[in-house]
Design a protein around this ligand. Structure first.
Ligand code: F3S
Length: 754
């Protein structure tokens, strides 16, 4: 914690001067988002105004958080940075690898056995490098970050898209790929395109059945899943101040569902209350001294249309509970319209399961409001018509709600309490009968409801709603039940109406926990041994990639000419391959297996130029590697779009691909290729893509003169002996050419030259 206090005090000490300077440079009042961005510049004091949506800017985030699925490769890479400890406070959270089936005690024991080596690795590497480690069962990354680490005005990155949850405490918290996390942990800057700004003005006050969740369900309905792309959403207004801090967290969490870079709220009393209740009065004391810098300048919220790129206004007093779905979180239906919508669309009316919790909605307020509905049902003698499950967000929440009788209330309705972990939210749910793929409906308080996400069944219609609405719908067993207007029949045949939910924002007796599941790192980790079995199929220590030999690459074979869309999913598939995220050799067996071969329009079937036979892409590449022959990949437009998954760049590098030549790149993938020491090139003349033939051998002619702004010439020798010289552009600057020369950016960091 000392590390944290020091860090927070430093952020606040710098804030006033940096924000004042930024205001002068920009020449107008600043939004909260701009204040946080300008006070976290890598260069320290701002020296110029940036253009939103255009300028790429280097930032210095305050902390990093990683979840167990993405942390494996990030930490394996970090081990190569040659650092004795992380440069900024960092935590690792074991939450994704735990399946929900029977209930917490059994399920956690199973996960601890099945994924033991992964957990042991994460624990030992955390211990060694000064990283806080949260054991399996301790809770879900974003809930734990909100409870322990988030602070107003801070900036953090996390290797999970819902890192944005910490905006509930007034942070700018952003989801990134593992490679970005490694850079920041190693003491390097982190680059982001200066975001655009969307303002959401909240007037009125939530009441009755409406919850903070309905705000973001409404925003998602308005903006759609792409509407927030490249933007920060800043919420403000009397409605924002009247909401709990954890409610704000829910709203920011689902900002990921509209594609927003992140979302945030200005510092207010709800944050003070939450910080104090979670043992962080020292943050309140420090934040209060710079409070005016932790919210926008007054003029901004008075005339928001002048300062935001887009403005949305929602009156909370009129907002109805929403039920979004199925299959996409931006299809919003107000509860009063569900009867007609469900009938018109043929959605199954019977609700089979109600699931509460996840990183989105597992606050004390959420649990107590949902429990108030459950209690009414029990008191009225209503037997719930659907099954019920809860995934508490953290052990602190679970322990506290157990102490306060809330779990007992849920259990009276036969609720299964799963591990404090992601569970069904990430498809880690062994749901009985899901394999029959029957059409059915479930309701949950999670954030995503894409096809197959919860139980793998493409016919499960998953609807997202607030925890209290989940409770009501699961009790009634009907998707079209409107608790505001409809009644239920109890077991004696009497008509009963459920009262609107009531709950406590924070526990009146305070939070409590016996063992939060935290392992602090060793003060001096130099003697800690990192445990990785050489025979493991899930983990593999990385060897540094070879530096460039200083010569032109010659005799390279064309591995594949990819046609059309080639996303990071096509390059490195997810699904069953998730299991190998920590084993570069094994996961490389999925390299480009989803890419469409331009010559035969098949996936995972390319010509092996050594034998003339067609085979799977990884196998052909391994044959070239074994023969010591380099290769190149050719691609179409926007190659590598999708996620920031670094495996999509590491796999080709590992298997011996030297260059990727495409019509255009998705920018993050292009950077990832550069970081791994690959050549990321684009056709100077796009039509040259058509000149590339299946049996081509490629020679670089002037790689020895590799320099910023200077195109490279590649000689393509065709099977009939004819040749084409193809010019390739690149965007490498001096520093990035250094990455290529050293073999990777990490090699350069390890050599102390970055
Ligand atoms: Fe986990 Fe689902 Fe949140 S996967 S991190 S609970 S979005």
């Amino acid at each position: 914690m000392a590390f944290d206090i020091e860090m927070i005090e430093k952020v606040y000490a710098n804030m006033a001067a940096r924000v004042d300077k930024a205001r002068e440079l920009v020449g107008r009042p600043l939004t909260l988002s701009e204040k946080i961005l300008y006070s976290h510049l890598w260069e320290g004091m701002p020296t110029q105004a940036f253009t939103r949506g255009k300028d790429y800017v280097d930032f210095a985030p305050d902390r990093v958080a990683c979840q167990d699925a993405t942390a494996q490769m990030a930490l394996l890479q970090f081990m190569h940075a040659g650092k004795s400890k992380v440069a900024v406070p960092t935590t690792v959270h074991c939450d994704h690898l735990i399946q929900a089936k029977v209930g917490a005690a059994t399920d956690l024991a199973v996960a601890n056995t099945q994924s033991k080596e992964v957990f042991d690795f994460l624990s030992s590497v955390s211990n060694k490098y000064g990283i806080g480690f949260w054991r399996p069962g301790s809770g879900i990354i974003h809930q734990i970050v909100l409870e322990n680490y988030a602070f107003p005005g801070g900036m953090m990155i996390g290797t999970d898209s819902h890192t944005v949850n910490a905006g509930g405490l007034g942070m700018l918290a952003i989801g990134v790929g593992g490679a970005d996390a490694v850079d920041v942990m190693s003491g390097m800057s982190w680059e982001l395109k200066f975001p655009k700004l969307i303002g959401v003005k909240l007037t009125g006050k939530l009441n009755g059945w409406t919850a903070p969740k309905d705000v973001i369900l409404k925003v998602a309905d308005i903006l759609t899943v792409k509407g927030g792309t490249g933007a920060i959403v800043e919420y403000f207004g009397e409605g924002a101040e009247s909401m709990s801090c954890t409610g704000k967290g829910t709203i920011c969490n689902m900002g990921a569902e509209i594609g927003a870079t992140t979302s945030t709220f200005g510092y207010d009393d709800s944050m003070r209350r939450y910080l104090a209740a979670t043992g962080r009065q020292y943050v309140v004391n420090a934040a209060d001294k710079v409070a005016s810098y932790l919210t926008a300048d007054k003029e901004v919220y008075a005339n928001p249309e002048q300062y935001f790129d887009q403005l949305i206004e929602i009156n909370l007093s009129e907002l109805e509970p929403h039920i979004n779905g199925p299959f996409t979180p931006d299809r919003g239906t107000p509860v009063s319209k569900m009867k007609e919508e469900a009938a018109a669309n043929g959605w199954p009316i019977k609700v089979e399961w109600g699931l509460i919790g996840s990183c989105t909605n597992s606050s004390y307020e959420d649990m107590s409001r949902a429990a108030s509905i459950v209690r009414q049902a029990v008191a009225h003698g209503i037997t719930p018509k659907a099954e019920f499950g809860i995934n508490p967000g953290s052990e602190q929440i679970r322990y506290t709600i157990e102490r306060d009788g809330i779990i007992a209330d849920f259990e009276k309705m036969g609720t299964k309490v799963f591990t404090n972990a992601c569970g069904p939210c990430i498809g880690q749910w062994d749901r009985a009968g899901a394999d029959k793929q029957e059409k059915n409906t479930i309701v949950h308080s999670f954030n995503r409801n894409f096809s197959k996400r919860a139980d793998g069944n493409p016919n499960t219609h998953a609807f997202v709603t607030s925890p209290e609405m989940v409770a009501a719908l699961a009790i009634s067993g009907r998707l079209d039940f409107n608790p505001i207007t409809d009644t239920l029949l109890n077991d004696r045949g009497e008509e009963v109406r459920l009262e609107a939910p009531k709950g406590d924002e924070l526990p009146t007796k305070g939070f409590d926990v016996e063992d939060p599941g935290f392992q602090p790192p060793a003060a001096d980790g130099s003697s800690v041994e990192v445990i990785v079995s050489p025979t493991s199929e899930r983990l593999q220590l990385l060897a540094p990639f070879e530096p460039w030999d200083g010569k032109n690459i010659t005799g390279a074979k064309l591995l594949i000419k990819a046609f059309g869309k080639c996303t990071t999913d096509h390059i490195s598939m997810a699904g069953p391959w998730l299991r190998f995220r920590g084993h570069l050799d094994n996961i490389s067996n999925n390299m480009l297996i989803g890419a469409d071969n331009a010559f035969n329009r098949k996936t995972n079937a390319v010509k092996n130029q050594l034998t003339g036979a067609y085979d799977e892409v990884p196998k052909v590449q391994r044959a070239y590697k074994a023969a010591g022959i380099p290769s190149i990949v050719v691609g179409d437009h926007n190659y590598g779009e999708g996620s920031s998954r670094e495996h999509a760049a590491m796999e080709p590098r590992f298997l011996g691909v030297k260059a990727v030549l495409v019509k255009s790149f998705a920018r993050i993938h292009e950077t990832n290729l550069k970081k791994q020491g690959m050549l990321a090139l684009t056709f100077a003349n796009e039509a040259d893509y058509d000149k590339v033939q299946e049996d081509d051998t490629i020679n670089f002619l002037d790689l020895t003169e590799f320099a910023p702004g200077k195109p490279l010439s590649l000689e393509f020798v065709h099977a009939d002996g004819s040749k084409d010289i193809i010019m390739a552009n690149h965007t490498y600057n001096e520093g990035q050419i250094g990455w290529f020369v050293a073999g990777s950016a990490l090699n350069l960091i390890a050599a102390g030259k970055a």
